[in-house]
Design a protein. Structure first.
Length: 495
């Protein structure tokens, strides 16, 4: 038994004859009934069938193990310090042989939370046969999402949501009152970690993505910006000519973004071995739109005019960005990112010719740098409104193409395979997506139906389920939860 674990006592319920081990740091204990029904101390406890899953607190774990075996698994003794409780509480429940013939067991993950509610979660996976296995004891495989991204055979399709950390979560909106600016929330490490963990705790997603922004590396290149909560990013000094470009310099990620390193390292410790920690970067063309336009644009007149009238200047901007962003991606990997998604969101506004000229070559600079140093790290490429560009996207060599909702999943998979073949890349390639985020405003039956349609068309391998774009800020949390649970409960038919 772990000598550092909290001391406690075995207690036997007089009615159920169930034996529990309760360890507590305060006089307020977690009260649990062991069996098919459980009561969580959290106010946000959602009942699903005969199981309960906490949305904001995971104070208890119930396992089908014998008492003596339990004492030999020290990794399960974890502190829970929820934001809803005034004192830290930990409850550890072990089922022992009894007169009950209940073979179905609910698994709750214990959490060790700091001042921002960060948690070390011991996630569980449930096989179709109902067998529950706990990672951290003997399973040393890479996370499910990473294995799926590599095209390996997996037990089920993994799932996460773009923009899963943010405004649709009530806890995030509460946090904004204390930290009113986006840069505070993304550049104070403990706050960024808390925001990153909120959707993982609430939904038990297979991926936990760093809460950050594609513009975060800009100051390290000499390009200062602010983020207006209503308008969006605003560049202090847009680039309009060669003299402006001279202000951009080579970035040292360690010096410019130490908060990113700290947040990633903390996330790796917090989520445990079953969840993939995801990093991301913006691609040169999309980043250049902000540098040249000065802010978000609907028409992109300034950068498209530069393409036509001063293409050498634009290529120089893109080259500097590509060099810096490639190093920034490697920096994220060095500090814990297990997958890198590259966002070229506004490249979908380009013609195929301009995409081939001003976007794809610089995407490849980043992807090639990652593969040269970390061939084991999966890469994902995402472009909004990219239906006309799928073959070109897959031709960059990214392991996975993230489709938006305008593309049929089965057709998308075929086009990805064709694009890879035409570019000389081996394998059919992977796919991510692609549920329309607006579907999450429908009733649960419709969410389930539309989600399962995509899962069936995608097939059992090489697919990471996601939305076709970021989750909308007004999405009901219970609907996001329904989407995640639908994916996690789905099993592909075996041939």
């Amino acid at each position: 038994m772990n000598r550092d674990a909290p001391r406690g006592d075995w207690q036997t319920d007089g009615q159920t004859k169930r034996t529990t081990y309760v360890a507590a740091y305060s006089s307020r204990h977690v009260e649990m009934a062991t069996g098919k029904t459980s009561t969580c101390v959290s106010e946000k406890c959602v009942q699903q069938g005969e199981k309960h899953r906490s949305l904001s607190c995971h104070p208890v774990i119930i396992m089908p193990i014998e008492r003596d075996e339990h004492f030999h698994c020290s990794s399960l003794l974890t502190t829970c310090n929820t934001m809803k409780l005034s004192s830290a509480v930990v409850a550890l429940v072990a089922l022992v042989a009894s007169s009950s013939n209940n073979n179905e067991v609910s698994a709750f993950a214990p959490a060790a939370r700091g001042s921002f509610g960060t948690s070390t979660k011991l996630a569980s996976t449930t096989s179709p046969a109902g067998e529950t296995t706990m990672s951290g004891a003997s399973d040393t495989k890479d996370p499910l999402l990473i294995r799926a991204a590599r095209g390996e055979d997996v037990e089920r399709t993994p799932v996460w949501m773009m923009r899963q950390a943010g405004r649709h979560i009530a806890e995030y909106r509460d946090l904004c009152k204390k930290y009113p600016t986006f840069r505070q929330r993304s550049e104070i490490p403990e706050v960024a970690v808390e925001v990153s963990l909120q959707p993982w705790r609430n939904y038990n997603t297979d991926g936990c993505i760093l809460f950050s922004d594609i513009l975060t590396p800009f100051p390290g290149m000499g390009c200062e910006f602010t983020i207006d909560e209503k308008v969006g990013p605003l560049m202090a000094e847009p680039i309009a000519n060669w003299d402006d470009l001279k202000k951009m310099h080579t970035m040292d990620p360690e010096a410019a973004t130490p908060f990113v390193a700290e947040a990633l390292e903390t996330l790796r410790k917090e989520v445990g071995p079953e969840t993939a920690v995801l990093g991301f970067v913006g691609c040169p063309y999309t980043l250049a739109t902000y540098l040249v336009e000065g802010q978000t644009s609907r028409t992109y007149l300034k950068i498209k005019t530069m393409m036509l009238n001063e293409p050498k200047l634009l290529h120089a901007i893109l080259s500097k960005l590509a060099e810096n962003i490639a190093q920034y991606a490697l920096f994220q990997i060095a500090h814990g990112a297990q997958l890198i998604q590259i966002f070229d969101s506004w490249a979908g506004e380009l013609s195929p010719y301009d995409y081939d000229t001003f976007a794809a070559p610089y995407q490849k600079v980043i992807l090639d740098a990652i593969k040269a140093k970390h061939p084991e790290i999966p890469t994902v490429i995402y472009i909004k409104h990219s239906g006309a560009l799928i073959e070109r996207m897959s031709g960059t060599g990214a392991d996975i193409v993230s489709l938006d909702w305008t593309v049929d999943m089965a057709e998308g998979r075929e086009r990805i395979a064709n694009g890879r073949k035409a570019a000389g890349h081996a394998g059919r390639g992977g796919v991510q997506g692609n549920l329309d985020p607006v579907i999450l405003f429908a009733d649960h039956a419709a969410i389930k139906e539309r989600t399962e349609q995509i899962l069936e068309k995608a097939g059992p391998t090489g697919h990471v389920m996601n939305l076709g774009h970021g989750i909308e800020a007004s999405t009901p949390e219970e609907n996001a939860h329904c989407f995640i649970e639908t994916v996690k409960n789905y099993r592909h038919k075996k041939d």
